[in-house]
Ligand binder design. Structure first.
Ligand code: 1OR
Length: 288
């Protein structure tokens, strides 16, 4: 016999008929492009993207309109298609400006993820076109994996020194954008001289950096890495080829960010990253 419970949950899944809002081909292509830049959706496969794109509804707001009101119930998430918005939060009676939103960014996810009232107010700072995703579709397609990912990385992220100055809200968004990668002992994560578009933080294991200090001589070890350490930032900050090799010295698990996510999420940390990079010169000078 089929257990009622199993049957019930299977049946529920089958019952989910995602809404389809008719769109023109160009509109769909635009949404796909915008979703590619929104962290929560960037790791989606084609089928999931298709469902989300179909379910999205166009919303038009005028400069000054309130899109989300702190404290109210919320039933949709928004992705910015065009225009800009400002986010404010009332903290102990004081209205604090938090951030600007630009095309390709998403907001309004918290109320849906945690069944909570709207945590902040969002006001259009120009005329805007937004795409809204309804709660039902969000629950079926986005919620489970987003929560799992955020939970999985929460403790790890709080221990990464370089991210210490980040707001916990922004740190949790990093988890959305992370792609996990594993390497065997001895394998190259990064090769000196190659073009690079990825930034890494070590979750587990160890690695070394080696670099050609004197032309014609074998690369020399210049740095060791363990859990919580990062590498691969230099090529992204300076737009230069990879300055060193990074080789796994044990089984290695990393999280990675692509160039776009790195710029957007870690842009504010660039000064710290640059300051830390000055130490590289000192190490190299010592080896010469
Ligand atoms: P929501 O559904 O709660 C308001 O509706 C949205 O504002 C929220 O989802 C987020 O998408 C967005 N804290 C809370 N919500 C924020 C924050 C934020 N920033 C944007 N939203 N903080 C900002 C940190 C830079 C923390 C403030 C203490």
């Amino acid at each position: 016999a089929v257990s009622a419970e199993v049957y019930g949950s299977w049946n529920k899944k089958e019952d989910f008929v995602p809404r389809v809002i008719e769109k023109m081909h160009e509109q769909k292509a635009r949404i796909v492009e915008r979703l590619g830049r929104a962290f929560m959706f960037s790791a989606f496969d084609e089928r999931e993207k298709e469902i989300v794109v179909n379910a999205m509804d166009e919303c038009i707001f005028r400069n000054g309109d309130t899109v989300i009101n702190q404290g109210e119930d919320g039933n949709e998430l928004f992705v910015v298609d065009s225009g800009t918005l400002k986010c404010y939060k009332n903290i102990h009676g004081e209205n604090k400006f938090l951030k600007d939103y630009f095309p390709g960014e998403a907001f309004g996810e918290l109320a849906l993820l945690y069944n909570a009232p709207r945590a902040a107010t969002i006001i259009a700072s120009s005329d805007c076109v937004l795409w809204s995703l309804d709660r039902e579709c969000f629950n079926h397609i986005v919620k489970g994996s987003a929560i799992r990912k955020r939970e999985r990385y929460e403790a790890f992220l709080s221990r990464v020194e370089i991210l210490g100055s980040m707001d916990p809200y922004e740190r949790s968004q990093l988890a959305d954008a992370f792609i996990s990668a594993e390497y065997e002992e001895g394998s190259y994560v990064i090769k000196e001289g190659e073009q690079g578009d990825v930034f890494y933080i070590i979750e587990e294991g160890s690695a070394v950096a080696t670099k050609t200090i004197v032309h014609g001589r074998a690369p020399e070890e210049v740095k060791q890495y363990g859990p919580g350490d990062y590498f691969g930032e230099l090529a992204l900050i300076r737009n230069e080829p990879r300055a060193a090799n990074v080789i796994a010295t044990s089984r290695l698990r990393c999280v990675s960010l692509d160039r776009h996510s790195f710029k957007r999420m870690l842009g504010p940390l660039e000064e710290i990253l640059k300051r830390n990079a000055k130490h590289y010169e000192e190490i190299i000078a010592m080896k010469r």
